[in-house]
Write a protein that binds this ligand. Structure first.
Ligand SMILES: [Zn+2]
Length: 476
């Protein structure tokens, strides 16, 4: 405990850990393989960084988003901890320089794609003793369609024979079993997910887009720092321009923007220079703004997991925040169609096994799956995944059409309550219990927050940020 506190205070500048964090840190110090479930904004990273530094274990951290890696590496460097990140956007010279003395780093952050395709060639002499899988729900949530490379992490783990630490803020029993199955290890599951009572939940039924826009415009008058999530980049741009014309201090964030521009937007939002961000789901992981008061969903998310991740970015300071999901009839058709459009058919799978070349994404997916499974198993896996995606949308619709308490509905889907709670008794309780934090129980659509004064520093934000970034990015 003494060693823990010493490093905690001297390196991280933190006086003490929370009880949950202590339990996880101790388990990791013992050398156990751990799957830790902690709410967003509760110091997840510290729970592995601290024990790895104490035990002096070189660590590879697998992270799904470049922005998230950059952010964490910057924070570690500020604490004089040797960390770097390797990903596709790094130019070749920087990559070579970094790889030439890779063994000096305590933490190497990389994307699953880079790691499983090139990583082992470069890192095979890295004395790695631990592998951290951050946002581990991606193994299950995105596994088969979007990030198939996650399925090959077990090869990295077994190559290094490393201790495994998986972290996530969103997991149910299915996700937990998927994670263990893919990694091929029995992990000690430490579940500290609890209800976030400071998020007020509401669903607003509207007729169409015009209705949504006028609701948003009205809500923004007293919504304080706000993120509006969209499922299409086009819609982000459209609403961003509309709000700008209305005099709102708004910015936008999506994957088509340059990295520097995205960082600049993020930084200005953090500094309270802008009030509203219109964003796709690319925005948010690793954003440490604690005083986001309102998260609006213009489109319904694809799953309860995605929804919880996104609303969890509000109210990290523990103060009240709100989630407003806007729904208009038939909103679910677009995500259903998108699911169908991306679905692999049995005919396509057969074509692949006969040697035909499919579109790039499908080709990569089938290549990885066919290395691990035979044709019959591949068909089963893909069908199962497609079914899970449909179920995810159905659950989202159930939440939207919930007639009783939104909070209970969300907890029912997200807190592994399926097995521990007798569903029938919950159904009965549901009608009698009223919570303090949802629109159904409180006959109130939204909360009004005091507006902040936003200080405008348009020109400097970007330059200052670049400077800071470059200063921290000296490869020594
Ligand atoms: Zn309620």
């Amino acid at each position: 405990m003494k060693a823990i506190n010493k490093i905690l205070q001297e390196t991280f500048g933190i006086e003490s850990l929370r009880e949950n964090q202590i339990k996880i840190v101790q388990k990791i110090l013992e050398g156990s393989d751990v799957l830790a479930l902690l709410p967003t904004g509760s110091g997840k990273s510290l729970t592995f960084q601290l024990p790895m530094l104490i035990n002096n274990k070189k660590t590879i951290v697998i992270s799904p988003l470049i922005a998230l890696m950059e952010d964490q590496v910057m924070q570690l460097k500020q604490k004089k901890i040797k960390a770097c990140c390797i990903h596709s956007q790094l130019d070749d010279m920087d990559k070579q320089l970094l790889l030439s003395h890779v063994e000096t780093y305590d933490f190497i952050y990389c994307s699953p794609e880079w790691l499983v395709t090139n990583g082992l060639n470069y890192l095979k002499h890295y004395p790695c003793e631990a592998i951290v899988i951050d946002e581990a729900h991606c193994i299950s949530e995105w596994g088969f369609e979007f990030r198939p490379h996650y399925l090959m992490i077990d090869e990295i783990v077994s190559y290094f024979d490393a201790q495994v630490i998986a972290l996530t803020a969103t997991a149910n029993d299915q996700v937990i079993s998927d994670i263990q199955h893919v990694i091929k290890r029995k992990l000690t599951v430490m579940d500290y997910l609890t209800e976030r009572e400071n998020i007020f939940l509401s669903v607003v039924n509207t007729n169409d887009d015009t209705d949504k826009l006028s609701f948003i415009l009205e809500a923004l008058k007293a919504s304080a720092a706000t993120v509006i999530y969209f499922s299409s980049k086009k819609q982000v741009e459209y609403v961003y321009r509309y709000l700008l014309e209305q005099g709102i201090m708004v910015e936008r964030y999506h994957a088509d923007m340059q990295y520097e521009e995205r960082m600049s937007v993020q930084q200005r939002f953090m500094n309270d220079e802008i009030q509203v961000i219109c964003a796709t789901n690319a925005f948010g992981m690793g954003v440490n703004k604690s005083n986001i008061r309102t998260v609006i969903h213009y489109h319904m998310p694809k799953s309860i997991f995605q929804f919880i991740q996104e609303i969890g970015r509000g109210g990290r300071d523990g103060e009240l925040s709100q989630s407003i999901l806007l729904y208009s009839p038939n909103d679910e058709i677009l995500p259903y169609r998108l699911n169908e459009l991306n679905e692999l058919s049995v005919a396509e799978i057969d074509l692949y096994f006969q040697g035909a070349v499919l579109s790039e994404e499908k080709q990569i997916l089938l290549k990885i799956l066919s290395e691990k499974y035979n044709r019959k198993e591949v068909v089963e896996k893909i069908k199962h995944h497609q079914q899970m995606k449909r179920t995810a949308l159905i659950q989202m619709m159930e939440y939207i059409h919930e007639k009783n308490c939104f909070t209970q509905k969300l907890n029912y889907f997200s807190l592994n309550m399926q097995n521990v709670t007798d569903i029938q008794s919950m159904e009965q309780e549901k009608n009698s219990l009223k919570c303090k934090s949802c629109a159904q129980c409180n006959e109130q659509v939204k909360i009004s927050f005091e507006q902040q004064n936003y200080h405008i520093q348009k020109k400097f934000g970007k330059t200052l940020l670049n400077q800071l970034f470059n200063d921290l990015y000296v490869f020594t």
